[in-house]
Every structure is written in C-alpha cells, then in structure tokens.
Design a protein around this ligand. Sequence first.
Ligand code: ZN
Length: 589
Amino acid sequence: MPSPRSFEKTLPALALSLGLLSACPAPGPTDTAKQPDDVAKATALLDASARLPPRAEVVALADQIAILATKEGAIEEQAKLDVLAADLRARLHRIEGTDADAREALELYAAAARVARGTEAGCRADRARALLLGELAHDASTSYRELYLVKRRQASLAADGKTSACVEALARDLALAQGYRPGGADLAELEREGDKAERTVAAAAGTASASIVPVASTSSPPADLIVAPMDLKPAKGTAKIEKIEKFAAEGGGRVVIHLSEPTTFQVGTLEADDKTGKDARIYLDIEKATAKGVSREIDVGGAIKRIRSGPREGGARIVLDLSSAMHRRVFYLPEPFRIVIDVSSRPPEQKAPANGPRTVKRVAIDPGHGGHDDGAVGPTGLKEKEVALDVAHRVAPVLAHELGVETLLTRDSDVFVPLEERTARANAFHADLFISIHCNASENGEARGIEVFVLDELKDTSRAAARVAALENGLGVKKGIDAESLDKEMAQIVGRLQSGEIATSSRKLGDLVTRATLASFGTRYPDTKDHGLKSAGFYVLLGAEMPAVLFETSFISNPDDEGRLAKADYRQKLADGIVNAVRAYREGK
Ligand SMILES: [Zn+2]
C-alpha cells in the first residue's frame, strides 16, 4: 500500500517550481509583496518537521494561496497553487483530524486537476486526490481503485501515448498496491469504469462524436461530488422536477430545484471554453428524475446567465451557465426535497479571527415571514411578521448611523420571501453577519422569554428545539413530520456544509445577542426568562456564508409576552439589544 506521504516526497520539486513563480511578474499590485511570502511560508509548513501554527492561521494561509490561484493566468501555475493550498489542508487534516480540511483538500485537488487537464500539474493533483480519498476511507482497496481510475484517465490525456513522470508514478503506486487489486467480477467492473473514464476524456477532447445528451453538448469529466440523501429509500417512481427557483446578483446567486421525492445527484464543473464560446458551467445530474414540465431554458442575469434543463441517460441534467468561473456549494434540503446550488465570486468559508476585533462592514437583517405567511399569531391577533419587520426597521438605521455598517433587509415590506432566498441575498450582499428576527410560540401558551438559535452539526438538539425549527421551516406540527429525525438529517447536512468555525462564530454572536438584549431590558423588564442558546436545523440559516443566528424575540403565544411585543418601547429595546450585540461582536467581545 503506497503511503500518502510518498506524494509528499515530490513536494520539494514542486516547491522549487513554485519558488520560480515568485520571480514572475505578480498579477496585481496588491499581491506583489504577499505572493512569494505566502507561497514560501506554505511550502515550509509542508516539511514533515515543521510545527503548524494555530489552525485558523493555516486555514487563512491556504485560503490566501487558493485566492492567488484564481488570479494566476497560467493553468499549470494555477494548479500548483491549488495543490499547495490542498496539501496544507490535507496536512491539517492529518494532524487535527478535521473533516472540513479533508473535504477542502479534495475540492482543491479536484479544481487543480480540472483546470490543468492534460498537464503534469493536473495529473499530480488528480493523483494526490486519489491518495487522499484512499487515506480517508482507511481502505487500501479504495486507494487502488481511485489510483487505477486516475491512471486510465491521465494516460489517455497524455498526448500521443507519451508517458509522463506522473503517469509513471501512478503505475508504480498501482504496482505497490497490487495486493489490493480486486478480483473476478469486481476487477472486470473496475476495468469497465476505467474504459468509461478514458472514453469520457477522449470525448471531452473532441476525438469522439458529439454527445447524444441534449443539454450538454460535450461530455463532461466525471462529476466530482456525489450526494445521496440520508436514509434514501428506493425511488417509487421518477422524481419530478416541480419547479426551479432562482436568485442572482453580481457577486453570487442561488438556484433551488424542487423535486417530488428524494434522489441521488452528482455535481460537476466545466471551464469556460474560448474556442467554442461556451461559458463556465456547473452541471447537476439528478438520478431517476425528469425535467418535463419546467422550462428548458430560464434566463437569470448577474452571476448566473441562464439555467438549462433536459433529459439525460438515467435522469435529468440541469446546467447553470455562469458569467465567470465561480465557487460553488451544493446541498439538499429535506421535506420537501430540494437541491440548492450556491455560486459565489468569493471562496467559501471566510474566516473570522477567534480573538480581537472582527470585520463587520455589512449586516443582513432578516425579518421573519411576510406576505401570506403571518408566522405565529398571538391570542389577541398580533402577527409575528409585523413585529419582526418593525424590529428590523428599528435596527437597520441605528446600525448605519452608530456603527457605520451597511445593512441589507431581506424584506423591507409585508411581502413573502422564500426561506432559501433570504440567505442567498445575504451571501450575494457579502454580509459579515446574518440575523433573523422571529417570535416564538409554544403549544400551551405558557412559555415566555427570549431564545437564540444557531445551526450546528453538534447534536445538542432537544425535542423542543426541533419543534421550533419545524415551525419556522413552515412544516407545521400536524403533517406527521418527524421533527427530530428531520433535525438529525439537517445536522448531517450542516456538517458537510459548514466548517466548525462558522458554527463557533455563530454561537459567539448568539451569546452576545442574548446578553445584550437582557442588558437592554435592564430594570424595565427584569423578569425576562432566558432560554439560552440552542441549535436546530433552520432552513433560513442553511447555506449562510457568514455567522448566522435566529433570534426568537419573545413568545407571541403568551398573553403577557404578546402585550410587550405590541409596545414600541419593548421593540426598541429588542432592536437596541441587536445593535449592541453587533457592536460587541465587532469589538471582539
Ligand atoms: Zn418565525
């Protein structure tokens, strides 16, 4: 079994070529000083004897290198930078065991292999990805399988059958892993997959006839992300694409595909092609699905030019034509089943420093509900949607005047905005914080006080918290929804989606909202009960690229709390609490 470290042995050579990079003209004036420093620093940290600084610092450095990669014009250099960033994240994963780092490394290796297809750098990235996949699976036969597929793919990419150092290294890897080669039918199956990988590469290079797939006019490289919902039952029939929702601005966008039932899907990315004039694309192959009944082409604008859909073998394909290459993030929401595709011009997982002042220039305030969705309604008829909007209207101007913060209201009037669109707006606005304002409701009307929620993969969810989430997710409690198992699934999705750092920062913000609100109530409402900070699977928070909290300002279902929520004075104190929490967060408290 080849050790993953065997790839690290090639790193000195890689570092050498990266060292040369610093002699090249820097792509922009701001990078002139940074580029060689960061690259040299990262390279040094990969040395087996190097001690790693705190995780946040290493992640920031890896992100910086990944950003440099996006600015790099030459594809091989771009791939090398992506691989360097990936190596850093992989090393972090080996030392700290953090899944988010392993995932990020895999993404970066895949990106490098894609961008530098057919080059030595692309091959090295593909090989590193296969080795890491095997390592993560703790299974040498996985390593064999992944390396085998990479070798078939890379060998056919090499021009005129010429062999390269990387393809030779792959052959050596496979020889070492010979003992884990599958036998019999499994080997035949693997070889068939190898044939397919080779054909796919050949077709993409234009040596095969045009594809029969209507929406994809060329075949695609193998999709790099496969997602299967938890507890996926065998599909009863065909999953019907019921509608496609879209939101886009210049900085990013979101597409939500609603399906009649859960199914597996694969995601891939294609580069823009100057020769054919094709845009950068993200494609989604949805198994056992049909796109009959939705428009084949939907114009969007901004970051997403258009969405195309159509049939493909075994299911449906959705293609997003992008205005330029974008970072992507794809996940699903259960109940009802939806696939969400986020694109952004900035890399995911912007980091906030753990200590000291934090950057807060833009804040998204999200007044819950609106339009036909009243939210919870109090005993005398006060509506949650009215309270939420009024509190938001009190928060926004103060944030602007006192803190000089730009604010975005996800709704500014009594209109309905879908839950998925709210974070999409905040992401496109590049908000640093997201605060969703709501009123709580209990079954018997007795509960009172304030409660703040965050999304977290940690499973501290109580039955009560899961119930609040089900209510706020618009699922109600009567439809036979199993709120707790839904919440478990949401925790798993959150785990795949966000790093622990967003969750930590969200908890920090949530804690400050609680404390600042209690302080704001002060002696005027000293009896306010604090239900504390909880986590549960709120759709409205999912996919937020920034720390995000959902603030249940009080129980509108309780006559006394409703009475307070109706008063301007109480609403102003709530607003002051939110503003003071943002201030404290910015000051690093
Ligand atoms: Zn609500």
